[in-house]
Design a protein around this ligand. Structure first.
Ligand code: SF4
Ligand code: SF4
Length: 157
C-alpha cells in the first residue's frame, strides 16, 4: 500500500466517519483486500485502491483523503461493498468522503460542472427541443426540458 506520513494525522477522523450512516463498520476491516481484487476501476487503473483510501481515513489523514483526486475515480458500482466479508460499506464510505470533499471545497472541475447543470436544469443532461424531436421520431413521448422536482430539492446557496 506504500508509505503514509502520519505526522499531521487526525485521530478523531475515523469516529467522524463511523458516526455517519453507512460508516458504522469501517473499523471492522481486517485488510483482506477482497475490495481491491474485485474493483473494476483498480483493474484498469492500479493507482486507484479503495483500501488505501479507507486505511488513510482510519489513520486520520483527513486533509490528504479529502484532497485526493483518486477518491473521484470510484464509479460507485458497489462491487466492493457486496463482496466485503465484514460488511464494511465501502462504497457508502467513499460517498461520505466525496460529500466531505465537496463541503471542503475540493470537488474536481468536472463534478462542479455537473452540480451546476443539475442546479440549473434539475438533470445531469440538459434536454432541449432537439432531443424531443429525436424522441418523437422513435415514437417516444416528449420529456420536460427542466426538472423542477429535483431542482427544488437542492438548497439555495
Ligand atoms: S473487503 Fe472489507 S474487510 Fe476486506 S479489505 Fe476491503 S473493506 Fe476491509
Ligand atoms: S464502488 Fe468504487 S471502490 Fe468499490 S468496486 Fe466500485 S469502483 Fe471500486
Amino acid at each position: 500500500m506504500g508509505s503514509m506520513n502520519l505526522k499531521d494525522a487526525d485521530p478523531a477522523f475515523k469516529h467522524e466517519l463511523t458516526g455517519q450512516f453507512g460508516g458504522e463498520n469501517l473499523m471492522k476491516c481486517f485488510t483482506c483486500l477482497s475490495c481491491v481484487t474485485c474493483c473494476p476501476v483498480t483493474q484498469v487503473n492500479p493507482k486507484f485502491n479503495p483500501i488505501r483510501i479507507l486505511r488513510m481515513a482510519l489513520y486520520g489523514l483527513k486533509e490528504e483523503v479529502l484532497a485526493s483526486d483518486n477518491l473521484w475515480l470510484c464509479s460507485s458500482c458497489y462491487t466492493c461493498q457486496e463482496n466485503c466479508p465484514m460488511a464494511v460499506r465501502i462504497t457508502d464510505i467513499l460517498t461520505i468522503l466525496k460529500n466531505m470533499a465537496i463541503k471542503a471545497g475540493n470537488a474536481p472541475t468536472g463534478i462542479r460542472a455537473q452540480m451546476d447543470i443539475i442546479k440549473g436544469n434539475g438533470r445531469i443532461y440538459p434536454l432541449d427541443d432537439f432531443d424531443n424531436k429525436k424522441r418523437q421520431k422513435i415514437d417516444l413521448p416528449p420529456l420536460p426540458t427542466s426538472c423542477h422536482v429535483v431542482k427544488d430539492l437542492l438548497p439555495e446557496e
